[in-house]
Design a protein around this ligand. Structure first.
Ligand code: PXL
Length: 277
């Protein structure tokens, strides 16, 4: 099996099971070497529940770290970005992609910035605007419906039919997105799924929808997707593996109301590893 070095750029939420505390174990479980560029350090994630969180923005460190890596001739097989610290930082991340870009470097952008029709606390239109151009620099983007709406300017809707999803996919392509993994595509109460646009071909993976919606599942899905894709799976197969794993993680958490802030993804890692064999 090829051993890939994956750089992931996202925050350290010290407590809360999202971002780097999810991405690193999942990518390692997929058999990849990980490198990190923390975008910010927060005491917890920013979703309602933990109250006031601390936020240390690491924007100014990004170009210094990138310059050191460049001097050392360090290269990456993939870069996977998630929640970033500021609009200015997104500009630095674009510069970093230019600096390290190579034929063999795959760029994944999860524009982790919103859910259920609303932007995460602390983010603004300036952040969304920069995220649009980062999405254009990616080989694959992984937005949910809310993020796709913010990126394209299309109105957010809770209920919709297939032509709405087509409109979102077209809008994202219009921004310059090459391959799109659109999550949370649900046409009825009982099911949800992923719309995949891979090299112009459209497919959809649909699965059971659980009653409970859980925090951090976007990061579990994106990390599991990147891990599987970098193991040579197609975007559709990687989406299926990641969606099935995410569903199992939610199921594994459903009987524990005290675990409201994330999903217990760790005990289900053997299932994920098995699905990659
Ligand atoms: O799971 C996405 C995410 C990542 N990082 C931080 C967040 C969130 C979602 O709320 O607050 C800091």
């Amino acid at each position: 099996m090829a051993y890939k070095r994956i750089l992931t750029i996202q925050d350290i939420s010290c407590v809360g099971q999202c971002s780097l505390t999810v991405a690193l174990p999942v990518l390692s479980a997929a058999g990849h070497e990980t490198a990190v560029l923390p975008s910010a350090v927060l005491s917890t994630h920013t979703a309602p529940g933990f109250g006031d969180f601390t936020f240390r923005d690491l924007t100014d460190d990004i170009p210094l770290i990138a310059a050191h890596w460049k001097k050392q001739k360090i290269t990456f097989d993939a870069v996977y970005t998630g929640y970033l610290g500021s609009a200015k930082q997104i500009g630095y991340v674009k510069d970093l992609l230019d600096t390290f870009s190579g034929k063999e470097m795959t760029v994944f952008v999860d524009p982790a910035m919103a859910d259920d029709g609303v932007l995460y606390t602390g983010l603004d239109e300036g952040y969304v605007k920069e995220m649009r151009s980062l999405a254009a620099a990616a080989d694959l983007i992984l937005p949910n419906i809310t993020e796709a709406c913010l990126l394209t300017g299309i109105r957010y809707r809770e209920t919709y039919e297939e032509n709405y999803i087509d409109e979102l996919l077209r809008g994202l392509m219009g921004l310059g997105a090459k391959n799109i993994i659109l999550t949370g595509v649900s046409y009825n109460e009982g099911s949800t799924g992923i719309a995949v646009l891979e090299e112009g071909r459209r497919s959809c993976y649909t699965h059971r929808k659980l009653k409970r919606s859980s925090h951090g599942t976007g990061d579990v899905f994106a990390s599991a997707f990147v891990g599987a894709y970098m193991r040579g799976r197609s975007a559709y197969d990687a989406a299926k593996i990641a969606a099935d794993y995410t569903l199992k993680c939610i199921e594994n958490t459903a009987d524990d109301p005290s675990h409201w802030y994330g999903v217990k993804f760790e005990p289900v890692l053997p299932y994920y590893i098995g699905s990659l064999q």
